[in-house]
Design a protein around this ligand. Structure first.
Ligand SMILES: CCCCCCCCCCCCC/C=C/C(=O)SCCNC(=O)CCNC(=O)[C@H](O)C(C)(C)COP(=O)(O)OP(=O)(O)OC[C@H]1O[C@@H](n2cnc3c(N)ncnc32)[C@H](O)[C@@H]1OP(=O)(O)O
Length: 242
């Protein structure tokens, strides 16, 4: 009897130790990840400012930062993993929609269609994403280090009110600008007849993507408004399950 009680205590201690070391490991990884991402987006911000100051135009700006942007935005896929394994308290779906829509914009729109890379709307979403991500990742970093300056917390949960709609406008205008080129080139499309007997039209796919902002964007926006009330005003929010 005594021995089983002892066993229980040992087991409990082992479990607690495992949890502690897991959370220490998770915190170390998240701190590293957030610092790296803050640095990455800061590099992008500096590169964009330098380009504009030196050239006096936004033309060619996307090309000049494309590699860095693709790397850091694609790396953000890791965040969906963070939610899935439970090391951050965030919905996989909310994060998944956010990250996938960004990756789609970078790889399947802006990177694939050279003719639209100099559109003002590209600069709009790039600037908006950059400000958002520098604020967001520095918020997470300082929060993990338990030294969060109030202005970063304020910026994280206020700037999105304006930046989110501006980012959406930039993204939608960019997809809209891409439509004629996609239609003319027939890119990423499959016409019948073909050996798979499957037809796919990227042009209509883009229209569906644009329409999907109507139900999806309000959900992300209201999610952030709820987070804002919770963090800035201490409201207790009961989130629905995924
Ligand atoms: C395949 C094609 C698909 C196409 C589909 C198209 C549909 C498109 C729909 C709409 C798309 C919108 C496009 C907009 C793009 C833009 O970004 S515009 C720019 C403005 N954007 C924003 O301001 C939003 C930025 N995004 C986010 O903030 C996030 O992505 C989020 C997922 C929406 C944030 O949600 P959430 O994580 O729940 O909020 P937080 O309050 O920040 O975090 C909750 C808790 O989790 C902790 N945490 C999260 N991540 C980390 C981390 N990396 N490190 C450490 N901790 C983290 C955080 O600290 C919180 O913890 P607690 O305080 O303990 O609760």
């Amino acid at each position: 009897m005594a021995s089983s009680e002892e066993d229980g205590t040992v087991e409990e201690k082992e479990n607690n130790n495992k949890k502690r070391s897991k959370s220490a490991l998770a915190t170390a990884w998240l701190t590293f990840y957030n610092i790296a991402m803050t640095a990455g987006w800061l590099v992008l911000a500096i590169a964009m400012m330098r380009f504009y100051i030196q050239k006096g135009t936004h033309k060619g700006l996307y090309r000049s930062i494309a590699r860095t942007l693709k790397f850091f935005q694609t790396f953000a896929l890791v965040e969906v993993g963070h939610c899935a394994i439970g090391i951050v308290r965030t919905s996989v779906i909310v994060t998944g929609v956010q990250v996938c829509s960004r990756i789609f914009m970078v790889w399947f729109i802006t990177n694939s269609i050279r003719q639209i890379q100099n559109e003002e709307s590209v600069i709009l979403f790039l600037v908006v994403w950059t400000v958002t991500e520098i604020t967001r990742y520095s918020y997470y970093t300082f929060n993990l280090l338990h030294h969060l300056p109030y202005f970063i917390k304020w910026a994280r949960y206020n700037l999105f009110i304006v930046l989110y709609p501006l980012g959406v406008i930039g993204e939608l205008l960019t997809i809209y600008a891409a439509l004629p080129f996609v239609r003319r080139s027939g890119m990423y499309s499959m016409r019948l007849p073909n050996k798979y007997n499957v037809s796919f039209d990227y042009y209509y796919c883009l229209i569906v993507v644009m329409l999907s902002y109507i139900p999806l964007f309000p959900q992300l926006y209201f999610h952030m408004l709820r987070q804002r009330r919770r963090v800035l005003h201490g409201e207790v929010i009961v989130e629905k399950d995924d």
